[in-house]
Design a protein around this ligand. Structure first.
Ligand code: PLP
Length: 453
């Protein structure tokens, strides 16, 4: 299988190179040249498989440059640190209401599904090519923690994660800064997330520095992240009663559109998922797109569901590529217009497949209370956005993207119960190993010079 860029000006790459490259050099995002099709016979064969074996059956169609036995072992290893035996348990709350819990990985958010795997792919790359790799990223919380736990202690790698000092939750900070691993550097930046992001962009723009330290970016546009996320949709669909599987809408708490895109791609591969609900918080660029056809940036208002606080949805470009008939010239034109004017209006959007909802911040506690009262279920603030305005006539599968234990204060004030998790409790007694650093490219550069592998 080969991988193309949505902007059509990058030579085709194999799987491992596309994963190692991240963002395509022409500014586009990588996609498979063709999508494999799963037949009903394939799906019947998949039904009895455990999570890691299902993931292997899926990814072997894509990671064709990794020997199968090696790929299988790498995938098995990637899901050993999940604490639930089913990895992604599907729970039924009512006749027509299901929750797919995606928060049983090491950092208690769905990003572990992709980043545990990506960490192992990076490690393999280092081993096979005899190279070292320094991973660099900026985070407002969940991505940094999941990336760190994907690379924890892996030989040949170091990971540097910048975050705004005092502006991630104390538990998220502890997940990044209390690992005790010598290859992990949690950098508390004196500034905002945007300052950290801007400094990072400048460092990645310096080709000499980037090449000398073999810097790799960790962000939500990596091809491996999207493919790893397709698997839990397939897993859930295989577990739904037949009649419900054909009717169910997957409700996805959405920020950068990576998670919804994964489900939609799986549908393009012949798995008969009925459709998707794009559930945003008050930062609602995607809700506006799917209700009006207008895709337009606005400012970000910090919310109780911070991992969905985005201004533009970086993975949207992959969907756009298919929407314009896989024409890279059209993608380039729309992305240029978007960059220049901050928006683009689409004449026609696939309303039959996508619905959308928007959850204002003030509504989140009330939704948590309602779900707790009706079903005895405690959900985190991101998942709460998914429970907004559910159709009762149609079955829904709400993707639970984070554990309630990550957001104890919001939940305690909403429902009076403080959720806990043993892994987070253990963190509270460990020493905090963070490096305070100014948000300047010079300071970050000096730190990497001193600590890179
Ligand atoms: C990252 C994240 C999201 C948003 O996912 P996207 O792939 O960016 O749409 C939602 N919920 C939680 C808890 C997250 O960490």
């Amino acid at each position: 299988m080969r991988y193309i860029s949505t902007r059509g000006q990058t030579p085709h790459l194999g799987f491992s190179d596309a994963v190692a490259t991240g963002l395509a050099p022409d500014g586009g995002l990588f996609l498979p040249e063709t999508l494999p099709q799963f037949t009903s016979a394939d799906l019947a064969r998949f039904a009895p498989l455990g999570y890691a074996d299902l993931c292997f059956e899926f990814l072997r169609r894509f990671a064709t440059d990794i020997p199968e036995a090696e790929l299988h072992a790498l995938i098995r290893e990637s899901y050993t640190r999940f604490t639930h035996p089913e990895i992604a348990p599907l729970k039924q709350l009512g006749d027509n209401l299901f929750v797919l819990e995606l928060f049983h990985g090491p950092t208690l958010a769905f990003k572990d599904f992709a980043l545990q795997l990506l960490g192992n792919l990076y490690e393999r790359q280092c081993r096979v090519r005899g190279e070292k790799i320094n991973v660099l990223g900026a985070t407002s919380g969940d991505t940094g923690a999941a990336a760190i736990h994907g690379l924890l202690g892996k030989p040949g790698t170091a990971i540097f994660i910048l975050y705004p000092d005092g502006r991630v939750s104390p538990l998220q900070e502890r997940q990044m800064a209390c690992t005790g691993a010598a290859n992990v550097f949690a950098l508390a930046v004196d500034g905002s997330f945007d300052d950290a992001q801007a400094a990072l962009k400048e460092l990645f723009g310096d080709q000499e520095f980037r090449t000398r330290h073999r810097l790799s970016a960790v962000n939500s546009i990596n091809l491996a992240r999207i493919l790893a996320q397709c698997v839990y949709y397939l897993w859930a669909w295989l577990r739904l009663p037949e009649k419900i599987g054909a009717e169910a809408e997957f409700v996805v708490p959405t920020g950068n559109f990576g998670n919804v895109l994964a489900g939609w791609l799986l549908r393009q591969m012949g798995v008969p998922l009925r459709g998707f609900r794009v559930a945003t918080n008050q930062n609602d660029i995607l809700w506006r797109l799917f209700t009006t056809g207008d895709y337009r940036v606005s400012s970000v208002a910090p919310s109780l569901a911070p991992s969905m606080d985005i201004q533009v949805a970086s993975n949207f470009e992959r969907f756009l590529y298919y929407s314009v008939g896989r024409d890279p010239a059209k993608v380039r034109a729309i992305m240029e217009e978007f960059k220049a004017t901050g928006g683009h209006r689409f004449a026609d959007f696939k309303r039959d497949i996508f619905t959308a909802s928007r959850c204002a911040d003030a509504e989140i506690p009330g939704i948590m209370q309602k779900i707790h009262r009706a079903h005895g279920y405690v959900c985190d603030p991101h998942t709460a956005c998914g429970f907004k305005d559910l159709a009762t006539a149609r079955p829904s599968v709400v993707l639970a993207t984070a554990s309630p234990a990550k957001f104890p204060d919001t939940i305690k004030s909403a429902i009076g119960v403080e959720p806990t998790d043993p892994s987070l409790e253990a963190l509270k007694s460990r020493p905090l190993d963070k490096h305070k650093i100014p948000a300047t490219p010079a300071a970050i550069r000096a730190f990497i010079e001193a600590h890179s592998v």
